[in-house]
Design a protein around this ligand. Structure first.
Ligand code: ADP
Length: 492
């Protein structure tokens, strides 16, 4: 009897370490100075392969451990050693309230990571390849919808344009999810008047509110300051929440409330509330609604449409802006989403904020001289659309379809500005600009504004474009809005 209970105890004490060994999971214990106290077989193998230091923990991992010892709370973190990726759980070991070491359990996730990177590249390339012909369809159908001679043709073209646009939006959402999942988004610092921002959002949801016979209430704190924040991401957050509020409410009221909680050390703490009197969310589903592709009811069981990615993107954007999001809800009564951010106060004057782009500012001011523009684009459809848009607004347009011709035109002709596609067949757009800027400097020419046009608006591409000397990077498809952006930059 004694023998068997001893055996069980012995088995129990070795079971976890054996399982971890079989599963090839590393575990180790470090003391408060970062020295290893013990390691399992798998960890020893990793060390012998030279991936990790033998005596003490790696420097970056050690910084993380120090944080955990201080907080006395376990954390899970992705780590990279040499070319290997690990998912590590670090558990502080507490004795009499004091942290006497850390237990580290890490899984090798290199294979999954590589698969993820391949998937990401595939999605990015696919969306680029889809976006280029789609841009042509959207642009040309738009021209046909306004310029077509026959009414029915114009209507059909409008329908093609709308469908193309919807497809482009779907493609953009896929890209956004990929970008959010891989943390490849950068944070912009825009000057933001929160009052104007709220009114802009109200105007955007108003048509849907009216169509559903709902009421909309906007409650803005009198003291809302002007802050520095990423306008696009904040808009994505609030607009998604407002759109859901409208979508899931059949009668009653939607409200958007923005309050200033405090101002401390030049930081304004802002609370944004989005309330609705809609169908509500069951209590046991509240923590799931932010998961990717999660919907309380699948599309087959409900009239409400959606892909279940809105709140996932909202949560990622809130995390990126260092904010927090909460939700409370009562089934059948309604929901309330609360987002809290700390934004730095803006020191600049409000006049510097770019005015919202309005349709009326589309036409070129009459008192301006005709501007001469170079467009370099190898896609015939995209070239035609950009040329027609500019031509109709009174610009003088020269077009080329390859990189060498673009460089030659830039060096031999006079333009007010140029628009270059990045992916030209012979000379890449960035290479053209790099060479042209050198030539410009050598020959003491004044700076020519050059704009990049790309279907890949990822941070590394934008950074590369800026570093070689592009003035601004525009996303395909090229539309009237882009002409306004260009004009605003040139007029500065
Ligand atoms: P979807 O595109 O399906 O709306 P979201 O990610 O935006 O995707 O939302 C996920 C799910 O959360 C929705 O399908 C819905 O079940 C629930 N939900 C989100 N917002 C609300 C709301 N204001 N009222 C009721 N349910 C909501």
């Amino acid at each position: 009897m004694i023998q068997s209970s001893k055996l069980i105890d012995l088995a129990k004490s070795t079971i976890i370490s054996s399982v971890l060994d079989i599963m090839n999971v590393n575990y180790s214990v470090i003391d408060p100075n970062g020295n290893y106290i013990t390691q399992n077989k798998s960890m020893k193998k990793t060390i012998s392969r030279g991936l990790i230091n033998a005596e003490c923990i790696d420097k970056s991992s050690w910084e993380h451990c120090k944080k955990i010892m201080k907080k006395k709370q376990k954390e899970i973190k992705e780590e990279k050693f040499k070319n290997k990726f690990y998912l590590s759980l670090k558990q502080p070991l507490i004795d009499n309230g004091k942290c006497i070491g850390i237990l580290i359990i890490s899984f090798d996730i290199t294979k999954q990571k590589h698969a993820e990177i391949t998937k990401q590249e595939f999605i990015m390339n696919m969306s680029h390849d889809l976006r280029t012909p789609l841009s042509g369809i959207i642009g040309l159908s738009n021209l046909q919808a306004t310029d077509g001679t026959d009414i029915q043709d114009r209507q059909y073209a409008q329908l093609i344009h709308n469908a193309g646009y919807q497809l482009l939006e779907l493609l953009n959402s896929v890209l956004e999810v990929t970008a959010a999942e891989h943390h490849i988004e950068s944070i912009k610092r825009d000057i933001l008047d929160l009052r104007e921002f709220a009114k802009e959002l109200q105007a955007l949801v108003q048509p849907a509110v009216v169509a559903r016979l709902l009421e909309f209430e906007l409650k803005l704190d009198r003291d809302l300051p002007i802050v520095i924040a990423d306008r696009v991401k904040l808009k994505r957050i609030v607009l998604n929440l407002l759109s859901n509020a409208v979508k899931f409410t059949k009668q009653g009221k939607i409200s958007l409330e923005i309050n200033l909680l405090s101002i401390e050390k030049n930081q304004a703490k802002i609370k944004i509330l989005i309330n609705d009197t809609g169908i509500g969310i069951p209590q046991n589903k509240l923590d799931k609604i932010f998961d990717r592709f999660y919907r309380v009811l699948p599309s087959s069981q409900t009239e409400y449409k959606g892909y279940g990615i809105g709140l996932f993107l909202v949560k990622k954007a809130v995390e990126l802006l260092d904010g927090e999001i909460k939700v409370s809800s009562q089934e059948g009564k309604g929901s309330c989403f609360t987002v809290i951010f700390s934004f730095p106060l803006s020191k600049e004057k409000l006049e510097k904020i770019s005015p919202p782009i309005s349709q009326s500012s589309l036409s070129k001011p009459a008192d301006k001289q005709t501007q001469s523009v170079l467009i370099a684009e190898d896609n015939t459809l995209a070239l035609h659309v950009a040329k027609k848009l500019l031509y109709d607004l009174g610009y003088e347009v020269t077009t080329v379809m390859n990189g060498k011709a673009a460089l030659k035109a830039l060096q031999t002709q006079c333009f007010d500005w140029a628009l270059l596609d990045i992916g030209l067949p012979d000379l890449d757009g960035t290479e053209i600009v790099r060479r042209f800027r050198q030539w410009e400097q050598k020959n003491k020419k004044s700076h020519l504004p050059i704009f990049a046009l790309t279907a890949h608006l990822e941070k590394n591409i934008v950074d590369k474009c800026k570093s070689v000397g592009f003035d601004y990077v525009l996303n395909k498809p090229f539309t009237e809005k882009d002409i306004q952006i260009i004009q605003k930059i040139i007029d500065q």
